[in-house]
Design a protein around this ligand. Structure first.
Ligand code: ARG
Ligand code: GLU
Length: 716
């Protein structure tokens, strides 16, 4: 028997080691300094230069920021990229109608000519990144406040201007560690990106919002696109003369499969994390922010769900809206549970106690950091009521209903119209028209007016009366929810496409003036103007003070932790996460295996449940065990879990094995670990990955588009 103290020591050391094993979204340029030794110890066979190199082709050249918030990767020498089905969703939906329902039936181009262009969709390649802190902070030592901010902004502008090389590149300087450092990112932007293939939603979104954020998972969440370039292989806007782009690098695709414990690495564009918040911020998210937003979306989603069940056309129109509303809603719920289970607020307090001890050990530190933690206490308690008002405003007025979002556009337009020149007016018309087309295509009045009435009532009930305009309070108190629909909503020009087009057919002074008496526009203006003048300024001022204080706190943490690698919070720039293929224990007495198979799809199969209605063709392939070279004997792998630290934006990210081959496409996280945006738990935080063999199987055996595999480099 091991002696008790030794056992305790061993357990402690064990957890400490694990605690830092897989957390982190690392900067590709600093892997050599901070991570590569550890990565190689965990099984990685290549070098830091194989991942990021400015002089030679490296993995970074095979990864793109897909659209505005996803990742994609090159899998052929002819510009073919794979990303998630949910990342291609808008594109797939935009080509869909009741006659060509690509969402339901899938889409497969059988030749380059059949690929579909997507105006508005762009992919970005990172050409290079570099630490420009010294240049950003140049000549700022003697400045403070607004003068300091102005000088930093000016320095940033000149760095970006120089790096853009007269417009050939997109150059952005971004703060890291809350502005303790700045990095320059230089991108090449391609805008001719065409849809090549997408499985039916019954595969690409299998499990839908029921299984979203959950393991075990069986979603074939992928879609294929192709980047086109001009004859010189350079970015060019769409033209039938463009040719498939020849990338510097693409990922070989592994047919070799995965084993538990295998090294995995994820390259991608994680959007936003907040790992260095103080205890007060975490407490507020838990007690107020997450519960408020969940409550508002509960109400909206229940109305949408009912309407979508009623009518297949409403289902098509609202499926993307439903998915995007429910996605964060479900994540917030997992996040709350995870933070509570981790005792995150106490862990933050313990860390702050350690920080205070470190500060108090040295008078110069006391001078610099002594006020930081007490200031958070004051600032966050001042912020709480404003956050509540802001959350309700954003969730309800800004993005709660279709009609208010349209009113918002016309509110701005009407206000700006008199100051616009004729040329400016003409110039903005096409974009506005395109937006309106999209808007009406996905609009259903009966659905939206129900949401409108319900959400505005909630606003009235829940928001502190001092944060509501008088006119709004009077109006809502005097009307029933039905009145809100009949007397306000239906009386608006925004409620009906035909009326709208008749009234607003021409954009001119006269038509825009009519809007002044529109009941929905009036209501929107009342809410908006009040918020913009009575709530937002103070909210922003407090947030700025918190940011400033957070920058100081972060600087202190960096000083205290010197010698230990720290990763900056995600900010939609290229990062590398690494870990292992592994399952986890979601709860006491429960173990999850690290992979799922087609058997699980068949177990879930239920034609009566929309999310689990398996296509007949897939049932047939399963029955025949016709898995080709993609199966493991007579089992077809579908998804797996790994311990890579990822977040929103990592969707579509390449999941790479020890030899640099593509083994999967990242698409989600496990519910028990969604608090990793705030606090990572190595025992429970897992990313969910589509096994690349399932994607190949669907392309080849299910869709009969096996010709696409010819351009890939398949590794046995
Ligand atoms: N949870 C994943 C992410 O955050 C997938 C979202 C799309 N899927 C869905 N069923 N809504 O983006
Ligand atoms: N599905 C997410 C995305 O769209 C990735 C999941 C996560 O948040 O980790 O980026």
């Amino acid at each position: 028997m091991i002696k008790k103290t030794i056992l305790i020591m061993w357990v402690l050391l064990g957890t400490l080691k694990i605690a830092f094993a897989h957390e982190g979204m690392w900067l590709p340029t600093l892997l050599k300094k901070y991570n590569i030794a550890d990565m190689q110890k965990q099984g990685f066979k290549l070098t830091a230069q194989d991942i990021y190199n400015v002089n030679h082709a490296s993995m970074k050249d095979a990864v793109v920021l897909f659209g505005s918030g996803c990742t994609g990767e090159l899998i052929s020498g002819q510009g073919l990229i794979i990303t998630n089905h949910h990342c291609g969703y808008d594109a797939i939906q935009s080509h869909s109608s009741l006659e060509h329902d690509y969402l339901t039936n899938g889409f497969w181009a059988m030749s380059n000519q059949e690929e579909l262009p997507n105006p508005g969709l762009a992919v970005r390649f990172l050409d290079r990144m570099e630490d420009v802190s010294a240049r950003v902070f140049a000549d700022t030592a003697h400045l403070s406040g607004d003068a300091l901010a102005a000088r930093i902004a000016e320095n940033i502008r000149s760095i970006e201007k120089e790096a853009s090389d007269s417009g050939s590149f997109e150059a952005t300087v971004k703060p890291l560690f809350y502005g303790n450092q700045y990095f320059l990112y230089v991108y090449q932007v391609f805008t001719d990106v065409r849809l090549v293939g997408a499985p039916p939603s019954a595969i690409g979104k299998f499990g839908g919002d029921t299984d979203n954020w959950m393991w075990p998972r069986h979603t074939g969440d992928f879609s294929l696109f192709r980047i086109y370039a001009n004859k010189d292989n350079k970015p060019a806007s769409y033209s039938p003369d463009n040719v498939p782009y020849k990338p510097k690098k693409f990922f070989p695709v592994s047919l070799g499969g995965i084993q538990e414990g295998d090294f995995t690495m994820v390259l991608g564009y994680p959007g936003r994390t907040s790992e260095y918040l103080p205890s007060q911020a975490v407490a507020q998210i838990l007690a107020q922010g997450d519960p408020d937003k969940v409550k508002i979306r509960d109400l909206k989603l229940s109305i949408l769900a009912e309407q979508m069940k009623r009518d297949p056309l409403i289902r098509i129109k609202y499926s993307a809206k439903y998915a995007s509303t429910s996605n964060a809603w479900k994540k917030w719920q997992g996040e709350m549970k995870g933070l509570i289970r981790l005792n995150a607020v106490q862990m933050k307090k313990d860390y702050e106690a350690r920080f205070s001890q470190w500060v108090n050990a040295d008078p110069s530190r006391v001078a610099q950091y002594g006020n930081t933690l007490p200031r958070f206490e004051t600032l966050y308690s001042q912020l709480a009521p404003y956050t509540k008002a802001a959350d309700y405003y954003q969730e309800i007025v800004q993005r709660g209903t279709d009609i208010l979002s349209l009113a918002a556009i016309f509110d701005t337009l009407e206000k700006r119209w008199p100051s616009l020149s004729t040329a400016e007016r003409e110039k903005m018309k096409p974009a506005l028209l395109a937006h309106l087309n999209e808007y009406w295509k996905d609009f259903d009045q009966a659905t939206d007016e129900k949401v409108f009435a319900a959400l505005l009532n909630l606003y009235h009930n829940d928001v502190d009366p001092k944060f509501q305009p008088e006119g709004f309070k009077k109006l809502i108190s005097s009307l029933s929810p039905t009145d809100l629909q009949t007397k306000i909503y239906r009386k608006s020009v925004f409620a009906n496409q035909a009326v709208f087009e008749k009234t607003m057919g021409q954009l001119n002074d006269q038509n825009l003036k009519k809007l002044a008496s529109d009941p929905v526009l009036k209501l929107y203006r009342d809410l908006h103007d009040f918020y913009a003048t009575q709530v937002e300024p103070m909210f922003m001022q407090l947030q700025q003070q918190i940011e400033q204080n957070q920058k100081t706190y972060m600087g202190g943490i960096m000083e205290m932790e010197q010698g230990r690698p720290l990763f900056p919070d995600a900010n939609k720039t290229l990062r590398v996460a690494y870990g292992k293929v592994e399952g986890y224990h979601p709860a006491d007495g429960v173990t999850y295996t690290y992979y799922s198979t087609l058997n699980g799809i068949m177990e879930k199969d239920n034609p009566d449940v929309y999310d689990y209605n398996v296509p007949q063709k897939l049932r047939d392939l399963f029955a025949q065990k016709d898995f080709g070279q993609y199966g493991m004997g007579n089992v077809m792998p579908v998804c797996f879990t790994a311990s890579n630290h990822t977040t929103g934006g990592n969707s579509g990210s390449p999941v790479i094995d020890a030899n640099g081959n593509l083994i999967g496409v990242n698409f989600d996280r496990c519910w028990e670990g969604t608090m990793s945006d705030i606090m990572f738990d190595p025992d429970r935080c897992r990313n969910i990955v589509l096994d690349i063999r399932y994607a190949l199987f669907i392309i080849d055996k299910f869709a009969g588009a096996g010709y696409l595999l010819n351009e890939m480099e398949l590794k046995k």
